[in-house]
Ligand binder design. Sequence first.
Ligand SMILES: Cc1cc2nc3c(=O)[nH]c(=O)nc-3n(C[C@H](O)[C@H](O)[C@H](O)COP(=O)(O)OP(=O)(O)OC[C@H]3O[C@@H](n4cnc5c(N)ncnc54)[C@H](O)[C@@H]3O)c2cc1C
Length: 498
Amino acid sequence: MPARTGAQYLEGLRSRPRELWYEGKRVEDPTEHPAFRNITRSVAALYDLQHHPELRDEMTYPSPTTGQPVGLSFLIPRTVEDLVRTRRMMKRWADYSGGFMGRSPDYLNRALVGYASAADYCAELDPRFGENIRRYYEFVRENDLCLTHTLINPQANRSVGPARQADPYLACRVVQEDAQGIVLRGARMLATLPTADEILVFPSTLLKSGEEDAPYAFAVAVPCDAPGLRFQCRESFDYGRSAFDHPLGSRFEEMDAVVLFDDVRVPWDRVFLLRDVDRCNRAFAATGAVAFMAHQVVTKNVAKTEFLLGVASLIVDTIAIEGYQHVHEKIAEIIIVLEAMRAFLVASEVEAQPNRWGVLQPAWPPLDAARNLYVRAYPRLVEILQQLGASGFMAIPTEKDLQGPMGPTIRRYYQAARAEATERIKLFRLAWDIAVSAFGSRQVLYERFFFGDPVRMAGAMFQSYDRRPYMERVREFLERAEQQSPALPEETPAVSRE
Ligand SMILES: Cc1cc2nc3c(=O)[nH]c(=O)nc-3n(C[C@H](O)[C@H](O)[C@H](O)COP(=O)(O)OP(=O)(O)OC[C@H]3O[C@@H](n4cnc5c(N)ncnc54)[C@H](O)[C@@H]3O)c2cc1C
């Protein structure tokens, strides 16, 4: 099956029911359940864009195996033009939600591009693993599957690794290995979008090297309907309201779930790394997967910041606060973040280099800078919206209020300098969904953490960024300054403090 339609994605969810647990009950059909229905439709809409007559060429490329059109986010880049093309396609998807879908399928398609193009990294451990990841990438590409992933062990005791938890079977681990494959038992902390088709159970970078963490070190892929696999979902932030009342939450609530492995069997052809702690810790960086993912993420950040700039500017215009200097400064702050994200993205493409595996990898330093910056910038952008909107975020009657007996009164008193009441309320409800609602708060948490702990991300940058040339340059400068300046007197007279 080449590039899928939305209907095919929805049919896939219906025909392969997974164990999705929500408010104490198993969800029968996520495409109809109130907590999941809307996000499944939004993912379906992304797939449909691949079939839009004017966009097909932009969104797909001919499969190297069948010649049929497949999603462009599966493209293994060889040229800068490939990277630019892929970025344009990813931007199209990100714009659909204003950047509010973190798990549009391109995010993990790019991870898979990294892993598959560096299949030898897996093959160095076991030749079968290299072949497995290559085939798996082709399988996902040719069937246009939607992936989720889970990397982090449960947050029980962060002062010790998974092997030293009170219960060594708390974190997901290998409990059996036989001729057919491996068996997994335990939990992983989170998977966003449990309505994906498959889940990558991949390593994070946090295991201690040493034998004791070896059972927790693996990279495997499992269909979401695998026997024994359960998703325990959090409360939905889609309040079941109209798009007028809840413009983002009613469409883009992706859901997050703790993932439980109740002796889940993984056949050997779905195993890509196993029991090598060091290799697992290094995997995302060494394969280039993190750079390909970050290229998608920064594309999404550009879309999201553009959207926020549009919302903030409309607020300024609607209530006529464009004359105040601090308002200019706040809007300028958003523009600065936007232009920085764009510049990082372009720099990552222009400075892309063939990596160890012969694939053109976007340059990591600008992408790393972008992801470290956005963690700090996004909460500030949301704060700016709050500062501009002020009590306007509390003056947001619902669609039903407007349709009820208070409608005419509301239309009179909620008018703005440059908008009718209904138009103003619509805009402020959108801004509220970014800056105040549970959906909006979760977005802030998401941007702070989804790519890892910001503290350790900054630590990794400190460790990996080559600062030696700059230190050397300053040493050389100091030496040169010493040679050029007149000799200091032998003894500097003591300065009296009296
Ligand atoms: C909305 C959302 C969606 C997510 N979606 C996914 C997903 O789809 N798939 C997935 O795999 N993950 C997902 N994550 C998880 C994400 O990867 C983690 O949040 C991130 O890696 C941080 O880990 P943690 O949340 O366990 O925080 P913890 O590691 O528990 O950290 C808690 C606090 O302790 C501090 N701390 C803990 N250990 C150390 C240490 N060794 N050194 C210094 N400080 C430390 C941290 O700085 C932090 O302040 C998601 C997270 C969020 C919030």
